[in-house]
Design a binder for this molecule. Structure first.
Ligand code: CTP
Ligand code: CA
Length: 222
């Protein structure tokens, strides 16, 4: 590429992106996790970097890489680690994109030692994790705040509810209805719902192209 940096559409903008799953420990050798690969968030980070932004990526456990990009990567494990990392970067952020699949619950107690196999049934009590995005929405100042929603039913209604409750500028609804969309796939089909409740639907495309669509909407809003 042969751009003059200052002409790039996100030149000088500080963008914080979260990606991947979180892992919530049960004992020293076990955790509760989810199937998020981190691909969507990593693509957003890379495309934003190519568009001239200063990108900070906060990632849960993921095999994805940003090698070769001038991206500052912070690795976290649990939702509470991610909460700390996102809040630490919030004041200086112009844009925050929360694409991580944060665990809603964690084990109430983490066993010090490996849990031994005994009875036929084992119950692990869970407690709610902090809602990172909602907490960022509550203290939002100049930041453009973007969330994701993954729904299996009543998708528009639920996504609009999250947009309002978390004080977002827009929300990216991942349509699972589409066989090509979702976790561990290379393509996504999204609908962007703005805080004015207007909706924009996109065709199924590669996660890199979805990242471009999302960042182009952000460029228009900055
Ligand atoms: N999110 C977050 N912290 C959490 C849970 C979710 O920051 N503890 C963020 C996600 O990164 C995403 C948005 O909130 O950007 C919506 O996540 P989602 O799981 O779809 O919604 P929830 O609010 O967790 O509600 P539910 O899972 O019950 O649908
Ligand atoms: Ca959730």
């Amino acid at each position: 590429e042969n751009h003059i940096a200052s002409t790039l559409p996100l030149f000088g903008k500080n963008i914080v992106v979260s990606a991947g799953p979180t892992y919530e420990n049960i004992d020293p050798v076990r955790f509760i996790g989810n199937y998020s690969s981190g691909k969507m968030g990593f693509e957003i980070a890379k495309v934003a970097s190519r568009m001239g932004a200063n990108v900070q990526l906060v990632s849960g456990p993921s095999h994805e890489s940003v090698a070769g990009f001038p991206i500052e990567r912070t690795n976290v494990i649990s939702a509470r680690d991610m909460y700390e990392a996102m809040h630490a970067k919030y004041d200086t952020a112009d844009v925050v994109i929360m694409s991580a699949a944060v665990a809603d619950y964690r084990p109430k107690e983490v066993a010090d030692q490996k849990i031994k196999k005994n009875d036929e049934d084992l119950t692990i009590e869970l407690t709610k994790n902090p809602d990172i995005l909602k907490s960022l929405g509550e203290i939002k100042k100049h930041q453009l705040l973007v969330g994701f929603a993954l729904e299996t039913n009543n998708e528009e209604e639920y996504a609009k509810g999250k947009l309002a409750k978390k004080n977002l500028d827009f929300i990216v609804l991942n349509s699972l209805q589409d066989k090509d969309a979702g976790f561990q796939k290379n393509t996504n089909k999204i609908t962007i719902i703005d805080k004015d409740m207007s909706m924009q639907s996109f065709d199924a495309k590669s996660k890199a192209d979805v990242a471009k669509d999302i960042l182009n909407v952000i460029v228009k809003k900055l």
